[in-house]
Design a protein around this ligand. Sequence first.
Ligand SMILES: Cc1cc2nc3c(=O)[nH]c(=O)nc-3n(C[C@H](O)[C@H](O)[C@H](O)COP(=O)(O)OP(=O)(O)OC[C@H]3O[C@@H](n4cnc5c(N)ncnc54)[C@H](O)[C@@H]3O)c2cc1C
Length: 580
Amino acid sequence: MAMDEIVEGLSEVSCDVLVIGGGTAGPMAALKAKLKNPKANVVLLEKANVKRSGAISMGMDGLNNAVIPGYATPEQYTKEITIANDGICDQAPVYKYASRCFDIIQELDRFGIKFQKNENGDFDVKKVHHLGSYVLPMPNGDTVKKALYRQLRREQVLISNRYMATRLLTAKDGRIAGVIAVNTRSAEFLVLRAKAVILCTGAAGRLGLPQSGYLWGTYENATNSGDGYAMAYHAGAGLANIECYQINPLIKDYNGPACAYVAGPFGAYTANSEGNRFIECDYWSGQMMQEFYNELQSGKGPVFLKLNHLHSDTVGQIEAVLHTVERPSRGRFHENRGTNYRERMIEMHISEIGLCSGHSASGVFVDEFARTTVTGLYAAGDMASVPHNYMLGAFTNGAVAGEHAIDFAADVELPDYDREDVTREQARVLAPTRRDDGIPPNQLEYKARRLVNDYLQPPKVTAKMQIGQARFAEVRDDLENAMVARDSHELMRALEVSSILDCADMAAFASLFRTESRWGLYHQRVDHPGKNDDDWFCHSILSKQNGKMTAEKRAVAPYIVPIDETERSAYDRQRIRQHA
Ligand SMILES: Cc1cc2nc3c(=O)[nH]c(=O)nc-3n(C[C@H](O)[C@H](O)[C@H](O)COP(=O)(O)OP(=O)(O)OC[C@H]3O[C@@H](n4cnc5c(N)ncnc54)[C@H](O)[C@@H]3O)c2cc1C
């Protein structure tokens, strides 16, 4: 058989809890479900290979948001996230994360992922956020996936690698019944029936096109093409605040994080071309990105990461982390370009847009038990709506989802599904393989993502977004009627373009719905400037109803941790004040 040849085939498997996405949240969800009920059947489905998949595939430099007794309290953290998110925050899931994450840190430490400790043996927490101290370095963060994988094997979680989930199955009463998946090496279909499904498919990271022009040169793990957002949408789940985009400050052309979180505690900072600071704090928020954008547009742009004032040995310490743990390619990038932190500042720029709650807030709506609005469907990690969640949020909420889902599964029968849904999905998936000629997926992907940059990248303009919607409809027409996939690998790419386009449509729709500006640059609407708390102090919830995209308002749940009037605007005051 030739490599990636398309093979006809359909099999069916049943389980109690199915976890989709084996990156960060997924392995923890599967592990916790299995540990809570070792007799249950828990399956972990992954498009790539769990051993090296997801945002932490190469490792991670540290925990961005560790709530460690003695350094921070759950109340303080909940307050910080509420303020960073302009008040649009259901605090219950944030508070639950903050109360639970220290247990998870200790557990990860026992798995062999050692966190940095000081001479007294205590966790060595650094300050980067606006108010509290939450950053905990992971000197051997490159071992994180290996350590997780060992645990999955030990507890005998069933792992299905190289299966891409394409559509969720629902029962007649609307509850979740499983998923349809396609093998990425053979195009064979797998129907996985389950009593509960946990979506952990990460960010929609291939939405905008990086300025480098490379389809895969994204900040996010590039296999995260928003499949989970699209699947949840088609299954009828509500998605929250999709207009609150993810935009990050990155190293120009490399598109990796500048890592002010790593370099900041050593004395590095974000500077303008004059070498001066212009923001108070390097914690990523919409307001911080707005200041970054303003500086880029000003005569003092572009913007740089400044380390050349530091001692050579200090820079060496920073390099030892940045060039070995999370992205070893970073050292090679600087070497090939001939840039050395010691000699000059390193140019940064603003990223293309994506959807990601991990760094922002857009995600499938979940409550404090990681439940979506569809019965039996859970979501955790970058694609669930808990804001500014990062890696430890993915682990912790993955654990919460796994534990709740396994109990839920114990009380219900395996739901039935409609065979017609599978037949219809097979026809949709295989359509590009039935054509002899047409447009290859990578060309459609390039086109869709270029349009995202042209029409959706903030500052947002109503008329532009409307034109964008019309262009996306044309791309969809090509996708449905002219796209060709010649082997199973290209078929995976074709399916990914379909998710990307769904996410682009949702991004435009949600952005047009919220007729105000909020979250700094993430939702800056030029023709609706300023926050309008009277009408828009609420979530926007997008969903598919009767086959159509709709949006509605949802009240922010009453706060558990009160926020003073004076504290509410803390994140608005990001710019360094001019001194006379
Ligand atoms: C470059 C970078 C640096 C970061 N640095 C830090 C840091 O220093 N500290 C920190 O705390 N956080 C950091 N983060 C954030 C953190 O890594 C993420 O928030 C977290 O890992 C997200 O976990 P997740 O499980 O949601 O997604 P992921 O870990 O990305 O996992 C998603 C998985 O789903 C799979 N998948 C996708 N679609 C499908 C499908 N259709 N079917 C089956 N499987 C599918 C993917 O292959 C992937 O394995 C960083 C993120 C990035 C990208």
